[in-house]
Design a protein around this ligand. Structure first.
Ligand code: GLC
Length: 513
């Protein structure tokens, strides 16, 4: 089959990944190609990918956008490792609006910049397909709200009639971000981008703001198949829930998709290369320090967390770098989704994170890697200043992530909701069991008491209590070395191979095209 993935991240290209969606776009095309499919991935170029060595401009798409004729370059990249996957890049100055894959808009105009540039991208994809400047696929597979507009354009744009029957698949990676923009009255609005578009408003209007288009909803309602990235998430999103939990306001549409047999929950996968050896604890300061120095070098002012981190490394070295009794780790973006349970005040008014540190005690250590929302970074920085048993690394680097996956003893992932999650699979693959909130893909990857620890509870208060309870259980098991080693072995033996994911896509998403 000829498959075309349309996405705004592609982890196979340098700098092409922000989150887990980038990993999926890097790995699943390869696995599908191995099954014999012809796979193409098209992303915006952000004025970077079109300059990669060997990138070749093969066409220019001319299309009307916001009342002007725009010209978008079509680039083909040379084949990478898996020759059966072709990478295409569409290029226009607007795609580099803020120099990053996602731009931050002021709270009053959420998604304004991204929605406009991704609208131009989606329209360029459709025009390039109609003009056969991109190869015509049997299936167009769209990822998250950013590319859902392709489905709306295929539905309502007469110029796209040639593609109207092409099978459309929509993957939901995170319902918390839906791409909601006004229909009209703003420079970043559906009718401003495409004045003459025929729009089935009843299928794409936001359920809360009827004068707005909800692009996530458009993807759900206008595609033949809707794919959620884990079986448990596919069930959770049928329930009412706010702030990213449950269906995040789109549950009625998702229930309809489910009734019509259009909704499929398929767990993401993980690659299993030969395991990398874990460096001994004495080596940690020598690995972490250069990364902190780089971060310091890149910022105009000294950040407290970097300085505290360097001091902490000095302290370890002065004390002889003996490995703590247990090293708990956490890697992830600092967002409410990932960290609000740790930030939550407990009965005594102190955040759950402080209780976690109390429970770990002086002889154990917690190392947290990630950056994001300033309030969460501040909480971590404050605790790292007050406590000797917390090291907060306020940024991201592959080297440090790898160190924590391979070198930690217990990986914490208390996400409030988690469509799939990849970090838990990476930690498990390195033999590090995880303590996770029993939601979404975490339920489908961590077996409680077998390969890790799960906690649940009704509402955030009960969940935070349960998290601390299960942490105590984990520490008790850790004190029994044979049982702990068996748990680590089972975690390391769990497998979520991409080949299996690709077979599921083929059977449940693409069949019928
Ligand atoms: C989003 C979700 C995450 C999932 C990833 C890839 O980032 O938050 O849970 O693993 O997409 O599907």
């Amino acid at each position: 089959m000829k498959l075309l993935m349309v996405a705004v991240e592609n982890g196979a290209l340098p700098g092409g990944k922000v989150g887990g969606m980038g990993d999926v776009l890097r790995d699943v095309p390869r696995a599908l190609a191995a099954l014999g499919h012809e796979v193409a991935v098209v992303t915006p170029g952000y004025q970077r990918f079109s300059r990669l060595p060997g990138a070749e401009r093969v066409a220019t798409v001319a299309l009307p956008f916001r009342g002007r004729l725009e010209h978008v370059g079509v680039y083909r990249l040379p084949p990478r490792a898996a020759a059966a996957v072709r990478f295409w890049v569409l290029e226009h100055p607007l795609f580099a609006a803020c120099g990053a894959i996602y731009c931050d808009d002021p709270p009053g105009r959420p998604f304004a910049t991204d929605a406009s540039r991704f609208a131009l991208f989606c329209s360029a994809v459709v025009h390039a397909l109609v003009a056969q400047q991109l190869p015509r696929p049997d299936v167009i597979h769209l990822h998250d709200w950013h590319t859902a507009l392709v489905a709306l354009l295929l539905h309502g744009d007469r110029a796209a009639a040639a593609l109207a029957d092409t099978r459309r698949v929509f993957s939901i990676h995170n319902l918390a971000l839906q791409g909601i923009r006004p229909f009209a009255g703003d420079e970043s609005a559906l009718y401003s981008w495409f004045p003459g578009l025929t729009v089935p408003r009843g299928m794409v209007a936001d359920p809360r703001y009827p004068d707005c288009v909800n692009l996530m909803r458009a993807g759900i309602n206008l595609c033949h198949k809707v794919h959620a990235v884990s079986p448990t998430y596919a069930r959770e999103i049928l329930r009412h829930g706010e702030e990213g939990g449950g269906g995040a306001g789109l549950e009625v549409d998702l229930q309809a998709a489910d009734r019509e047999g259009r909704l499929e929950g398929i767990l993401n996968g993980c690659e299993y290369p030969a395991p990398a050896p874990a460096p001994p604890f004495e080596a940690w300061p020598g690995i972490i320090r250069p990364e902190l120095m780089c971060w310091l070098g890149r910022s105009d002012q000294v950040r407290s967390c970097d300085l505290l981190g360097l001091r902490r490394l000095d302290d370890w070295e002065r004390a002889g770098c003996a490995r703590p009794a247990l090293v708990a780790t956490s890697v992830g973006r600092m967002t409410a989704q990932k960290l609000s349970l740790l930030a939550r005040p407990m009965a005594d008014g102190r955040p759950a994170l402080e209780h976690v540190l109390d429970t770990l005690g002086e002889e154990r250590l917690l190392v947290v890697l990630g950056s994001g929302e300033p309030a969460l970074e501040r909480l971590l920085t404050r605790c790292a200043g007050e406590r000797g048993n917390l090291l907060f690394l306020g940024g991201y680097s592959e080297t440090l992530a790898e160190l924590l996956y391979t070198g930690g003893d217990l990986f914490l992932m208390p996400s409030s909701f988690e469509p799939c999650g990849i970090s838990q699979m990476l930690a498990m693959r390195a033999g590090q069991p995880c303590l996770v909130h029993a939601v979404g893909g975490l339920v489908d990857t961590v077996v409680d008491g077998e390969t890790g620890f799960r906690f649940g509870g009704d509402g955030p208060g009960a969940q935070a209590d349960a998290m601390l309870g299960r942490l105590r259980d984990a520490l008790a098991l850790h004190a029994r070395p044979r049982d702990w080693a068996a748990l680590c072995r089972r975690a390391a033996a769990a497998r979520f191979p991409w080949e299996e994911v690709a077979r599921q896509y083929q059977e449940r998403l693409y069949r019928g095209a």
